[in-house]
Design a protein around this ligand. Structure first.
Ligand code: ZN
Length: 279
């Protein structure tokens, strides 16, 4: 019964993507998707909640805690969009993405989020761009595909094992021996990796991606980063100011970089507005 329901929810997630032109083999920008559905999206500084979905009649609003890692915020946004599209009532989510969800609606919202952000075709396409399959990729490659899809490293590994069944438990164990912090430290040793600072390992196969980052995040792979928005570090660029820019990446690709203030609180549509200069 639950399996049948999950299959239906997965189908709903894929059709939500397709309705607004997100192809099944590329990342889905969940913040843009929420806006296209006409829902209000707000980032809050409530530390005790991952997110919440409010339904006040016709349309609802989604609130996401700004005090979570980027991949976690995307997953929460997709989970709350799931509550909306699956016709659930208002939900207050203290801690989502536990494999042991306590209600059918929570399980379904998680299933929706996994298939929205990580459809099988997109996961395989990410690894294929690296010349790999999920079964033979190393932790750094999992980290790169997770960043590209906008999800956490562990979230992608768990999904590849338990939802898609593309790796076995021994491979899962091997991958989880490495932490995202260790991977970041190894790729860019010159940065002190504290807090929720993210590493965005941009490469040619990211062409067309829409990346949501924040001031303090570290980016690799940029060809002559804009000095208006980045400090140049040792083998990397560090985001320094808010704005939306198009950037060239090694491997002749172009990506859109949306840079927010650190821990931005407020409405999504104002998240990347550069602060007005005082006269
Ligand atoms: Zn929920």
């Amino acid at each position: 019964m639950l399996t049948k329901l999950k299959t239906e929810v997965a189908r709903r997630a894929l059709s939500a993507r397709q309705r607004f032109g997100f192809s099944l083999d590329s990342p889905c920008d969940v913040y843009e998707l929420i806006s296209k559905y006409g829902l209000a999206l707000r980032f809050t500084n409530i530390s005790t909640l991952d997110g919440l979905y409010l339904n006040d009649g016709l349309l609802g609003s989604i609130n996401i805690s700004a005090l979570r890692p980027s991949g976690h915020q995307h997953f929460t946004a997709a989970h709350e969009l799931g509550h909306f599209l699956l016709g659930h009532g208002a939900h207050l989510d203290e801690k989502i993405e536990d494999m042991e969800s306590n209600s059918t609606e929570e399980t379904m919202a998680d299933t929706f989020a996994r298939h929205l952000l990580m459809p099988k075709r997109a996961v395989l396409s990410g690894f294929r761009s690296l010349g790999m399959t999920p079964a033979d990729a190393n932790p750094e490659q999992y980290y790169a595909v997770a960043s590209w899809l906008g999800v956490g490293y562990t979230t992608l590994i768990q999904h590849t094992r338990w939802t898609l069944g593309l790796i076995d438990s021994a491979q899962l164990h091997q991958l989880t021996l490495k932490s995202p912090q260790q991977i970041k430290r190894r790729q860019v040793p010159s940065v002190s990796w504290t807090g929720r600072k993210e590493l965005w390992p941009l490469a040619g196969w990211w062409n067309g991606a829409n990346v949501h980052l924040q001031v303090g995040d570290v980016v690799t792979g940029l060809v002559s980063p804009s000095l208006d928005h980045f400090d140049i570090g040792d083998g990397c660029a560090i985001a320094t100011s808010v704005g939306q820019i198009s950037a060239t990446v090694f491997g002749s690709a172009t990506v859109n970089l949306n840079i927010a203030k650190t821990d931005y609180v407020g409405m999504y549509q104002y998240r990347y507005l550069e602060e007005p200069i005082d006269a």
